[in-house]
Design a protein around this ligand. Structure first.
Ligand SMILES: *Cc1c(COP(=O)(O)O)cnc(C)c1O
Ligand SMILES: [Zn+2]
Length: 416
């Protein structure tokens, strides 16, 4: 039984059937999935959830599929943990990390959206899936489409990190490296998508795909013991994750699953690609495209599809935004690793660096609950760290060589 009633234009509210519709024919507004919340209220209760498997599909009434899920059975319900050591460094009292860099098949939050997109693409009868990607989506679509036995065309900018390229190629997709920015890749894909009958997960089936991001927000609420944190710091590329975390808390409040006021949301981007952060800081509603130049390639979208909605969600929530330079990103990646044992990719460095700056400026208060969204794994973005973390000390395979090399450190430790 599906609780998805249909599709709806975000601007004029016009209704559409549950098919492949991604722009409103009347006003060119973007399209969103609509649900029967009265029916959902009856089945999606805290008691019912307590008995369900710990995957993202536990919230299936709020996800846009009609039959059984066929992808991502083991994704979601990633760790949310109290970050005491990091909290001390940042000078805050209640800090949590929601860690999507682990427990997912391709080690990023994109495994949430792709689980939903691939399930829905199969339901809609597609035999080929495709995407325009900044890297993580490429990995995730490649993997999930392989397992689903679908053809896969993956489009990326030609300058991506080796880890993102190899971690796509292993699933044997048709990997297309486009000589251009992500925004050029995306434009090309829109053109290809209008000619070939493929499911472009983040273009023509985007309304379904994007709903998968809500599960990140649902889990924050459930894992905090059915509470909303006061503040959530969220990385932004196309801006979809921000809008969907916002929707997640709205839906849980609507269904009576949580009662707290909605969290304040903060957008984090790299200084070298900050169209959404710039718009928020100007309290504007016009997102001016930029040309990306940053080590945070997974966030390097200069013309974000959901920039307008992300800006609105952040400002309406009472939150704010901050950007981080390349050096700040690397320092934050190191800080997270040294304090909490979490190795995140550059995007996670962006989020932590932005959170740190927001706290230092007093824009996020020190004594309220804060969640930092870590969305991808550091093993995929090794390049910017190379040569910046010191080196292993080389020794001969003898005790004498070991003690000779480390004599100072060993005697210091002995004195303590
Ligand atoms: C794609 C991505 C994001 C942001 O996603 P949007 O929904 O496009 O804003 C954040 N972090 C990582 C690691 C990503 O790959
Ligand atoms: Zn419309």
């Amino acid at each position: 039984m599906s609780t998805m009633t249909g599709l709806k234009c975000r601007e004029c509210g016009r209704l559409y059937p549950k098919e492949v519709v991604f722009v409103c024919e009347y006003c060119f507004g973007s399209i969103e999935v609509d649900y029967d919340y009265e029916a959902i209220r009856k089945s999606l209760t805290r008691a019912a959830l307590a008995l369900r498997p710990k995957s993202l599909w536990r919230y299936r009434e709020l996800l846009p599929i009609e039959g059984e899920p066929t992808a991502g059975a083991f994704s979601g319900f990633t760790p949310l943990f109290r970050a005491e050591r990091l909290a001390k460094v940042l000078g805050v009292s209640e800090l949590y990390i929601k860690d999507d860099s682990v427990c997912h098949p391709t080690l990023s939050f994109k495994d949430r959206v792709v689980a939903v997109a691939v399930t829905r693409a199969k339901e809609l009868g597609f035999d080929t899936v495709a995407c325009a990607s900044t890297g993580n989506l490429a990995n995730s679509v490649s993997a999930h489409a392989a397992r689903a036995g679908l053809n896969r065309f993956i489009f990326i900018p030609a300058d991506l990190e080796l880890g993102k390229v190899v971690a796509s190629l292993i699933y044997h997709p048709t990997l297309v490296a486009v000589e251009g920015t992500y925004d050029e890749v995306n434009r090309l894909c829109a053109e290809i998508g209008s000619k070939y009958p493929w499911a472009f997960v983040n273009i023509n089936i985007r309304p379904y795909y994007a709903e998968g991001s809500k599960t990140y927000g649902f889990e924050i609420a459930e894992q905090l013991g059915w509470k909303a944190p006061a503040h959530i710091v969220i990385p932004a590329a196309g801006g979809s994750l921000i809008t969907k975390i916002n929707k997640a808390f709205k839906e849980f409040r609507l269904l009576g699953l949580i009662n707290d006021p909605p969290p304040k949301l903060y957008a984090a981007q790299a200084t070298g690609c900050a169209p959404i952060v710039n718009t928020i800081k100007q309290r504007s509603d016009i997102v001016k495209p930029v040309k990306p130049n940053t080590i945070a390639k997974s966030l390097a979208i200069g013309n974000p599809a959901d920039g307008y909605y992300a800006t609105k969600a952040v400002l309406d929530s009472g939150g704010w935004a901050e950007s981080a330079t390349d050096d700040e990103i690397i320092a934050a990646m190191q800080l997270l690793a040294e304090t909490e044992g979490v190795f995140t990719e550059t995007a996670g460095g962006v989020t932590l660096a932005a959170a740190k700056k927001l706290i230092e400026q007093g824009l996020i208060p020190q004594d309220e609950s804060i969640v930092i969204c870590i969305t991808g794994n550091g093993l995929k973005t090794l390049e910017p760290l190379q040569g910046r973390l010191g080196q292993a000390r080389k020794i001969k395979p003898t005790l004498a060589s070991f003690e000779g090399t480390f004599s100072e450190q060993l005697s210091l430790m002995a004195k303590r």
